[in-house]
Each structure stands twice: as C-alpha cells, then as structure tokens.
Design a binder for this molecule. Structure first.
Ligand SMILES: CCCCCCCCCCC/C=C/C(=O)SCCNC(=O)CCNC(=O)[C@H](O)C(C)(C)COP(=O)(O)OP(=O)(O)OC[C@H]1O[C@@H](n2cnc3c(N)ncnc32)[C@H](O)[C@@H]1OP(=O)(O)O
Length: 302
C-alpha cells in the first residue's frame, strides 16, 4: 500500500495493523472505497467481511465460485477471518452468508477427497476440524443467513452457528447427505446435527442422507426460521439484535457450558480422527464411489 494511501486512512485503521493487511488482500481501490464509506471492509480471496448496518455486527460472505465448495484455502481463510473478528473488540456478532448465487456452500470440496496423497488428506482434514472447532466454540454470536443450497459440509458449517435463517426457495435443500455419496459422516458431524434436531430425527436424516426443502428443514429444527429471500438479511439482523441484547459474558459462558463437551470429544482424539479419515478416504471402494458421484455432478449439465 502506498504511503499516501496509508496517510489517508483513519486513525482507527492505523491502530489495527491487520486492517492494513486486509487492504492489501483486497486491492487498494476496494479497500479505500470501504474506508471512504466510513465502513471497514476486509477480505481474503475467498471470504469477504464487511461491517453490517448494525453496530458490532459483521457480515462474512463465502465467495468461492461457483458453489462455495470448502477447499483447504476457503477453510483456512474462514478460520483466519473469524479469528480477526474475535480479536477486534468492536465485533460481537457475525452473520454468515454466501456471495455465490443460489448456493450457501456445496460442502467439502470433492476434489480434496479424491486422488490426493495421505499427507494432503491429513492436512485437509485438520483444516475441516479446525473450522468446526473454531466456529462451534466462537465467543461471537453467529447467525447463518442461508441463501442457497446447503448440503453436507455446508450444512455442518451452518450447524456451528447459534441460529439459522433459511431463504424460502424449494431449490435450497439442506442436510447431511454423506451416505448418498457412499461415505460416512464422522461422529462430530453426527453430534452437531443431533444436538440440533434430536436423536430420532438424526437417525432418519443421517442414515437416509436427507436433503430437506425449507418447510421440512424448519419442521425438523434444522433451521430456526424460513423467510422470503428478500427478507433474509433483515431477519438475520433482527435475530442478531435479540442475541446481542444479552450481556456477552453471561451468554458466552452459557454457550460454552452447552457446547464444550461436544467439542472435547473431538479435541481428545483429533489425531485418531485424522488417521481414521485418511485410511477411510484412501480405500479404493470409497475413491471409486466419490469419483462416480463427481462425474455424475459434472454430467448433470450435459
Ligand atoms: C467409520 C467412520 C469413518 C469416518 C471417516 C470420515 C469419512 C469422510 C467424511 C467426509 C465428509 C464429507 C462431507 C462433504 O461435504 S462431501 C461434499 C458433498 N456435497 C454434495 O453432495 C453437494 C454436491 N453439489 C451439488 O449438489 C450441487 O452442485 C449444488 C446443489 C450445490 C449446486 O448445484 P448447481 O446446479 O448450482 O451447480 P452444479 O451442480 O452444476 O455445480 C457447478 C460445478 O461445481 C462442481 N461442484 C459441485 N459441488 C462440488 C463439491 N462439493 N466439490 C467440488 N466441486 C463441486 C460441479 O461438479 C460443477 O463442476 P463443473 O462446472 O466442472 O461441471
């Protein structure tokens, strides 16, 4: 960033060196535009973060076109962006949404699950674990504004949030559909959904790999609200206002009391979970099933 541009920055940006780094990542024009509007805006290649109209609230947008598949890069950038917001005392809540049309996130990037070597699988899985742990245990209030399809890992990401609002569109299917790919959702995916929709509903949803349309997702409790698409952000902001009316320390301790035990199950066996993943995903039969699924997805268009 040129010295003249630095000098034009407001004092509060200079007090936060990472705010300058964001500017570098965004490119000078975009960063400067954000600051000129009085709004601090930052981002990385795949995650855009901008302050919402409400004080203390940031909107975090996934932007890994075309379908926000959760690649190693996107997972890493999500964790870094959340950490930056947690370290910036200005922010108390985050609205998580998508910058890609009609898809919130297509789940884990299938290209990360096929044809890679064991070391890369291990690195990728560590990043999936890290994303889940950091979002699930975040001190901030996280509200998911789900503006598109939300299968598998995308659903998992939304389940880390404190509240989910889904836009009412029959194409916006949501759920943990791993079994339909011939793979198995690990225990902490299962814990996330079971803590949200309960034991019986999980037995069905997880074994069947159900992808639910909005009305059914609401009925089973996978989301807390379904609203017309043009009201998604305003609803997320109203929900956020309600959650932010509670004193942070009391809410944070309560959240941790409810969620820590679930997170500890993974924390106690992170390495074993990575080894399980690597040996499972490396099996010929699993690779074949994933390749077939990926090819079907590609052929869908033709
Ligand atoms: C004993 C126990 C041990 C346990 C050990 C662990 C086991 C492993 C656990 C792994 C858990 C996995 C979790 C996952 O998240 S797997 C990913 C599952 N995701 C899906 O099934 C969704 C697939 N995608 C779709 O259904 C559609 O793409 C979607 C509805 C999201 C959007 O549809 P749309 O029509 O808008 O777009 P297209 O389908 O045309 O897709 C556009 C291009 O994007 C590619 N694509 C789609 N999804 C993915 C993906 N997840 N990863 C990579 N690429 C993806 C698609 O192929 C198109 O590509 P092309 O343009 O090249 O054709």
């Amino acid at each position: 960033m040129a010295l003249t541009a630095v000098l034009r920055l407001p004092a509060r940006a200079l007090l936060r060196p990472w705010a300058l780094l964001r500017g570098v990542a965004l490119g000078r024009t975009e960063a400067a535009a954000g600051i000129r509007n009085g709004a601090r805006r930052f981002g990385s290649q795949h995650v855009l973060v901008e302050p919402a109209a409400a004080a203390g609230v940031a909107v975090m947008k996934l932007r890994n076109p075309p379908v926000n598949s959760l690649s190693l890069e996107l997972l890493t950038e999500l964790v870094i962006s959340l950490e930056k917001l947690e370290n910036d005392k200005v922010f108390r809540g985050v609205i998580l949404t998508s910058d890609c049309p009609s898809v919130f996130s297509s789940g884990l990037d299938l290209r990360e699950l096929c044809g890679r070597n064991p070391a890369r699988y291990a690195e990728f899985w560590k990043a999936v674990q890290e994303m889940w742990l950091r979002f699930y245990l975040s001190n901030l209030v996280l509200v998911a504004a789900i503006n598109g399809a939300c299968p598998a890992g995308g659903c998992l990401l939304s389940l880390t949030c404190d509240y989910r609002v889904l836009a009412d569109n029959p194409k916006y299917l949501m759920g943990l559909n791993e079994t339909l790919l011939g793979i198995v959702a690990p225990f902490w995916f299962k814990d996330s959904i079971m803590n949200t929709i309960g034991h019986r509903a999980t037995e069905q949803a997880l074994q069947l790999g159900s992808l639910l349309p909005p009305a059914e997702a609401l009925q089973v409790g996978m989301v807390d609200q379904v609203v017309p698409e043009d009201q998604l952000l305003s609803t997320a902001l109203s929900v956020m206002a309600k959650w932010l009316a509670v004193p942070d320390h009391a809410r944070q301790l309560t959240k941790s009391m409810i969620r820590q035990a679930t997170a500890d199950r993974l924390l106690k066996q992170r390495d074993a979970d990575i080894q399980n993943f690597v040996s499972f995903i490396s099996k010929d039969a699993i690779q074949k099933s994933l390749q077939t699924y990926l090819e079907k997805l590609k052929q869908k268009k033709g």
